[in-house]
Every structure is written in structure tokens, then in C-alpha cells.
Ligand binder design. Structure first.
Ligand code: DOR
Length: 443
């Protein structure tokens, strides 16, 4: 099947160009403003922008085990609608993904159910070093250096030293210091105002854990990705990356802060917690300066009923895959960043961090994972229109300008103006870890 996308403003690695893109089967076959060729489908894209599909390297899709919150069917429809063509999912499912067997089981599930491309991390425990050493078909190892949803935690220094010393896959970590968080929990015990969540999981907890993890990475010369950075102070730790360190930020840590608790309550309770407006600004600046390379969502749905329990019974996390690109496109329209930067932070950079083969760019020979966006379109996010099984968004009621309108996964159109082709299946993402990660991986 050939699809010709005509006259789109295409976001290429080298810049924006009004041109035609030919999809042949699963691949981008040609990019040429003078292209005249026969195709099975011709898409007239005048006035629209074509971006590489979003690669979201941090999501929690809850399958297996927690499917009352989310499942692959709902979550990957949400991806298709949001322009996310590849996701990497975290290991804190039930059971947790801490062995090759569990990884393979997830890959089998996704092959049957996922509308978009997929990959799954292997989770570290203090005891599964052999599994971590030998794991295959995975972007890398996830360590919860601080605990969050689920029971995965590696806090013991000796266990951490061994993981960094004796494994070779890239490592990503949730960095909040367990000791500080527990001490703060004691201090604020009995308080049910959710705003204390940001005092319990405070700036210090984030900084101490990120410092500890980045020190481990440097000492062991191990590739390391800091997940969901929440404070401006942590950014200083990334300045001397030595070719090993990368970092990411989530839309909620860029766009929401502690002043939003009175309005949104536990809907915006997440780990790491929200910080201050000043942190929002510093994290934006870090993205613009290239000290943070990736935007990912940490899509972490819980039911509204669960979220509405009084703090601290309310769980941490919020759903975001279907709105993350639109949230960022809206910022492009506000003049805060460019489409080129969005394509870098949300597609090319995560592809390079995780050594993804043939993804992240609109380039001949790359996979035809594409999203067409309408930068003029204004829409309001509404809970009742969310595809996530959890059925809500912290941005409910917010009007955004700039929306994905059509999404292709490996050359097949999976989403078009509110409609899904539910017969489309994503492919398993392929990793070539010999590429060496973001700083050495330019193709
Ligand atoms: O808020 C969060 N929720 N942060 C995490 O790291 C995990 C996530 C979840 O799985 O619910």
C-alpha cells in the first residue's frame, strides 16, 4: 500500500519544508516537493504540519493486573489519538516485569492488542541481577530508587552499585530519596490536605536521589536516563554529562505547580510531586538549553474514584498520552518553542536515548510513524472524550490550539479525525544498544 501525503509542512531533521512524503508499506519511501507518483491514497495536507510520531518513553498502561485503571486497548487508542506512535512501558504492573519471561508475556500481549508500537522496560529488584544482565528485547532497566505505585524499590547502596557495575543495558530511574520521603511522611502524618504531598516528596528528596543516581552512573561509566525531573535544581547535575547522562521532563512538571492544588486537588498528586512555578520556568529553560533532552508523559492512570479518596489514600499519577502533543503544540502557538523543538524532544531524542532503530525522524528509509497536525484547530479537553480507561484528564476544560488530526503507525493510518482503525497493530520496537545512546547516536 502506498500513501502520498501532499504539500504538508514537514518537520525534517534539518528544518521545516513544504513537500510531499510517500509511504510505501511500512516505510518512508520518498520526500520530494516535485514528487508525482501513483499511490493508493493521496492525502491533501495543505495547511497542515507533518511530524514524526511521538515516542513516549515513560508510560504505565497497567496490563497485566491493574486493568480496572487502564489497559492496552484503551491506552493505545489514546496514543493513536494523541499522535503517540511508540510507547515504552514501565514494569510496575501486577506481576511486575522483573524477568525475561514477564517481559516476553507483555510483548505477546501487546502484539495482540496494541494499536501502536511498543517496548517494555525490565524492572530492577535487589535480587534479579542475572535477569537484568541478560535481558533482551527491551529499551533498558528501570530502577525505582524511591518507591512509588507498586512495590518495586532498590534503595540499598550495595544493590545499586552492583546493578550499575554489572549490567550493560541503559538504566532509567525514578529519583526520590526514600529516607527523606519516609521521614517527611512521619512529619506530616495525619494531614489530609493533598498539598502536603509536595512537602513530603520535596525538592531535597528529588535532588538527593538524582545526585546519588548520577554519581553512580559516572563512577560506573554507565548510560543513565533521569526520568521525570521535577526541580530546577536537579538540572545542574546534568551539565557535565560525559556522554552518558540524559534527562526528561513531563508536561505536568512544565505546566502545573503547587498553586494548582486548590483547583485540582489529588488529580495532580503524582510522584515526583509538583513543585513551584519557578521550577516550571527552570525546567522549560533546561529543555531550551539542551540540558533536558526528552519530553515524556509518565501516563499513570487511576480511576477517579481512587483519586478522590482523601490524601494520603489517594494514589499518585495522572493520564496524559492523548493530550501531551496537543499541550506542546499549544505552546508552539504561544511562541514558547518551535515545532522543530517539539519533534526533537518528543521523537528524535527518545529514539536516540534508547537506540531505537529507524524511528524518530521523517527521513527516507525510516518507519512511517507519522502524525499530521492542524496548528489552527482549537479544541477543549473533555473528560467524556478521553480514550484512557480512567476516563479523565487533569486538563479537563482547557482549550488548546494545535491538535493531531491523523496518525500513521508503520504506514497504516490508525487515527483520522476522531475515528480509529482498530485493525491496525503496532510492532515491537527494535533496539540496537551498540549505538551508544543519545550523545553518540545521530542516525
Ligand atoms: O505518580 C506516579 N505514578 N509516579 C510514578 O512513578 C508511578 C506512577 C504510577 O504507576 O501510578
Amino acid at each position: 500500500m502506498k500513501t502520498l501525503i501532499q504539500n504538508a509542512d514537514v518537520i525534517l531533521p534539518e528544518g521545516q519544508l513544504r513537500t510531499n512524503v510517500l509511504i510505501d508499506g511500512q516505510k518512508i519511501a520518498a520526500i520530494d516537493p516535485a514528487l508525482h507518483t501513483r499511490a493508493d491514497e493521496v492525502v491533501s495536507a495543505s495547511g497542515l504540519c507533518l511530524l514524526p510520531g511521538v515516542i513516549d518513553d515513560q508510560v504505565h498502561f497497567r496490563e497485566p493486573g491493574l486493568t480496572h485503571k487502564e489497559d492496552l486497548h484503551h491506552a493505545t487508542r489514546a496514543c493513536a489519538k494523541g499522535g503517540v506512535t511508540t510507547f515504552f512501558e514501565m514494569p510496575n504492573t501486577v506481576p511486575s516485569t522483573t524477568s525475561q519471561q514477564r517481559l516476553n508475556e507483555k510483548l505477546d500481549l501487546a502484539a495482540k492488542k496494541s494499536l501502536v508500537n511498543y517496548g517494555f522496560y525490565i524492572g530492577a529488584t535487589p535480587q534479579n541481577l542475572d535477569e537484568l544482565r541478560n535481558a533482551q528485547r527491551t529499551p533498558g532497566i528501570k530502577i525505582f530508587i524511591g518507591s512509588s505505585t507498586g512495590d518495586l524499590l532498590v534503595d540499598d547502596q550495595q544493590a545499586l552499585e552492583r546493578i550499575f557495575a554489572e549490567t550493560s543495558l541503559p538504566i532509567a530511574a525514578h529519583c526520590e530519596d526514600e529516607g527523606i520521603v519516609r521521614a517527611n511522611q512521619q512529619r506530616f502524618a495525619g494531614q489530609s490536605d493533598v498539598a502536603v504531598h509536595s512537602q513530603i516528596r520535596d525538592h531535597q528528596a528529588a535532588w538527593v536521589a538524582t545526585k546519588r543516581a548520577t554519581d553512580l552512573a559516572r563512577r560506573h561509566q554507565h548510560r543513565f536516563h533521569v526520568l521525570h525531573v521535577s526541580t530546577g535544581a536537579e538540572v545542574a547535575l546534568f551539565a557535565e554529562h560525559g556522554g552518558l547522562l540524559t534527562a526528561e521532563v513531563c508536561p505536568h512538571h512544565l505546566l502545573l505547580n503547587i498553586d494548582d492544588y486548590p483547583r485540582l486537588g489529588s488529580l495532580i498528586q503524582m510522584n515526583p510531586s509538583l513543585k513551584t512555578e519557578q521550577d516550571n520556568q527552570q525546567l522549560w529553560q533546561a529543555l531550551l538549553d539542551g540540558l533536558i533532552q526528552v519530553i515524556a508523559t509518565d501516563h499513570a492512570p487511576h480511576t477517579l474514584e481512587e483519586k478522590q479518596q482523601p490524601y494520603p489514600a489517594s494514589p499518585s499519577g495522572l493520564p496524559a498520552v492523548e493530550n501531551s502533543l496537543a499541550l506542546m503544540l499549544d505552546r508552539v502557538n504561544q511562541g514558547r518553542c518551535s515545532l522543530q523543538q517539539i519533534a526533537h524532544w518528543m521523537s528524535d531524542a527518545p529514539a536516540r536515548v534508547w537506540d531505537l532503530v529507524d524511528k524518530g525522524r521523517i527521513q527516507v528509509g525510516y518507519d512511517a510513524d507519522l502524525v499530521l497536525v492542524d496548528m489552527q484547530r482549537t479544541e477543549v479537553i473533555l473528560n467524556q472524550q478521553q480514550q484512557t480507561k480512567s476516563g479523565w484528564s487533569p486538563w479537563h476544560g482547557q482549550s488548546l490550539q494545535g491538535w493531531p488530526v491523523r496518525t500513521w503507525v508503520m504506514g497504516r493510518e490508525v487515527f483520522r479525525d476522531g475515528h480509529f482503525d482498530l485493525t491496525v497493530r503496532g510492532h515491537e520496537a527494535r533496539f540496537d544498544h551498540a549505538r551508544g545512546g543519545y550523545w553518540s547516536n545521530t542516525s
